[in-house]
Design a protein around this ligand. Structure first.
Ligand code: HMG
Ligand code: MG
Length: 320
């Protein structure tokens, strides 16, 4: 049987969420590591095209120190371009401290994310603080953001392994997660920053977090695909009931402060699996793929996403 391009055959599996909210991180996690400066207008077009493809939560940028992440030094200009232009689309931004929150709130951001680490090494490399020092910085940031009516996400990096420290004990991750929840974070995103997780490990962490009082509906997962495990890990999280999944269009990404991090789970690969399972995403896979092909041309290298590679020849006759 031949199938139209862009559509897997739908065969649902029992007991999975009916709908998944994709938290698209391509414009932030995807671009933060690029060497060549991507023009602000191209980034704005990228965000707009992602919204046109049906993504409704699109992480736009980071209000971090421009010397630490030069690629996102245009955060103000970019956010200004996209904020008013995309009504109904959530545009969360990363804030590392009070200064970052001030910058975000001044532009009308209503979704912010703080980003903690489960390990000391990455806290130091990424935030120039110990884990506890960074939690102490986040506490008033989360409180002020909530007072301003913002939704607050708390990232936790290195949940499954750390390039300097190796394996990360589950209780160490749980401690940081519960601290962020106690501050008032609405949701947590469990980061496999260097992509070393495997499905049993994912299940074990989710189970422990539930035991520690963090409900599954407050949890999202954030997998990088270094060892090709991101989809298997996502499936384990879906089986556990998680329905918020981070992904990056075209599999863009990496982290400037974790050299072994490769791209995030590609949104197209995720959508292919979810649609095959009959799980709603609201995403038009062809439009999304065309957007990643378009972005790959701007970055001058092909997308690593298997789904983008498989679908793009069929799209080549369409405008990209
Ligand atoms: P620091 O050098 O310790 O900062 O950096 P400081 O507090 O000592 O301040 C030094 C100067 O920076 C001061 O200026 C501040 O005003 C200024 P001066 O008084 O000297 O003129 N400053 C700022 N300027 C603009 N915006 C700000 C800001 N903060 C201070 N927000 C800092 C500490 C947190 C700022 C720095 O380490 C930083 O910006 N880090 C960001 C690193 C980053 O963005 N990493 C990537 C995101 S995390 C990630 O990718 C993982 C994730 O995807 C999940 C996963 O995969 O695991 C989320
Ligand atoms: Mg990441």
């Amino acid at each position: 049987m031949t199938r139209p391009p862009g559509l897997p055959m739908t065969v649902p599996a029992p007991d999975l969420p009916a709908r998944v909210r994709i938290h698209e991180v391509g414009a932030r996690d995807g671009l933060q590591n690029e060497k060549a400066t991507v023009p602000t207008q191209v980034k704005a077009d990228f965000v707009r095209r992602l919204a046109d493809a049906g993504l409704t939560t699109i992480e736009a940028t980071s209000f971090v120190h421009p010397k630490w992440v030069p690629q996102l030094a245009d955060a103000e200009d970019l956010f200004d371009l996209v904020k008013g232009a995309l009504p109904g689309i959530h545009l969360p931004v990363l804030v590392p401290n009070g200064r970052g929150l001030d910058r975000a709130l001044a532009l009308g951001a209503d979704r912010v994310a703080v980003f903690a680490s489960a390990t000391e090494s990455f806290a130091k490399a990424n935030l120039n603080r110990t884990v506890d020092e960074s939690l102490a910085v986040f506490d008033p940031v989360v409180r002020r953001a909530k007072e301003a009516g913002a939704h607050v996400r708390g990232y936790v990096s290195m949940c499954f392994g750390d390039p300097w420290e190796g394996p990360v004990p589950l209780h160490q991750v749980a401690r940081v997660c519960t601290a962020l929840r106690d501050m008032g974070c609405d949701e947590l995103s469990l980061g496999d920053t260097i992509g070393v997780a495997t499905p049993g490990h994912v299940r074990a962490l989710l189970t422990l977090l539930n035991e520690e009082g963090v409900p599954t509906d407050a949890l999202g997962v954030h997998f990088h695909d270094t060892y090709g495990q991101a989809l298997a890990n996502t499936y384990a999280a879906l089986e556990h009931g998680v329905s918020t999944v981070d992904a990056s269009a075209g599999g863009l990404g990496g982290c400037p402060y974790a050299k072994s991090a490769t791209g995030n789970l590609a949104t197209e690969d995720l959508v292919w699996m979810l649609h095959g399972l009959g799980i709603e995403t609201g995403v038009d896979l062809d439009r999304l793929t065309a957007t990643s092909v378009w972005m790959a041309a701007h970055l001058d290298r092909p997308s690593p996403s298997r789904t983008v590679r498989a679908l793009s020849p069929a799209l080549s006759h369409q405008e990209q």
